[in-house]
Design a protein around this ligand. Sequence first.
Ligand code: ATP
Length: 351
Amino acid sequence: MANKKVVVLPGDDAAPEAMAATMDVLRALELPIDFIEFPPGEKWVRGETDKQARDAIDASDTTLFGSTSGKTTSIMYLRWGKQTYANVRPAKWSPGYRSPMAHPEGIDFVIVRENLEDLYLGLEGPLQELAPLKLKSRILRGPLDTSERGIYAIKVITERNTRRVAEFGCQLALKRKRAGGKGKLTCTSKYNMLRDADGFFRQIVEETAAKYPDIKYEQFIVDDFARRIVASPQELDVVVMPNLYGDILSDAAAGTIGGLGLAPSGCFGDGYAYFESVHGTAPDIMGKGIINPTATMLSAAMMLDYLGLTGAANRFEDAVRKVYAAGRSLTVDQGGSTKTSEFARAVIANL
Ligand code: ATP
């Protein structure tokens, strides 16, 4: 069989340090993969490298992505160009993870964040632009005053996108149920206040879940859900939510297991998927060699699973978990003093 083609975009600031450590482990696994590696965002000749990266992405099976602060511009293509609508963000505690919770045992849930719309379409501008629309506010029971100095931002929720994210969430809950999971789908949004937009999201998810009799369905208003992440995360399984809430609450979810250094993710479309950590580029620790590469490593393990290399994915994940269980080679964010590259060596030793 031909080798798989994986584009590697190391990202910006401290992200390439986590990627280098992850690549060390991937190489040690000796996989049937050709890696097409690009330089960190700082070294991109903007348009030129972006074009090369797009072509490589089109010719690839998947992409492993370091976080970007805007320099690695291909993120737009990976997301909107490739229509990767479901951002899957697992929060799973493992022994040795430095969780602030008294009882983190059994935390194992997945946020499926809608990845393409909501408030993320860049539809913002001065209030005056809205004047010709003569908008009436349901809350004010009258027209919106557009004479004030102010800015608007538009939130878009479409049926098509919500339905495919909801379907993805249901399928994931089924898959997890087959592996011993709870078989539960939770939907959250601010449907009591944003009755039209978030209410529509909730309605579509509920309709979709109703087609899956083997899945339990529940829904919570997003502020109540935020409390539940802290109070009873063990009760959660798969949670579907709009983009902005997903951005915020997956950082909170990562907090329950021990922080951003531990949270992987994958962004799935119908024809393509790419993998990246939940965290940003951690510019404050750039160049120090101390970024925790676990989130990028576990994203790479998710990628191997997506490529059908399930055995290698499990080996990779198990090796990472063994390093935590042993507790001798932990990075600074986990209370240790192990450098990023040394952490990679510890994982390789456990493969
Ligand atoms: P974005 O908006 O791009 O998601 P952010 O605002 O969430 O970014 P991050 O870059 O994720 O910011 O960093 C938040 C804090 O967490 C920073 O202090 C950073 O150093 C720390 N941090 C993030 N990722 C890691 C990691 N892998 N290892 C150690 N510390 C990390």
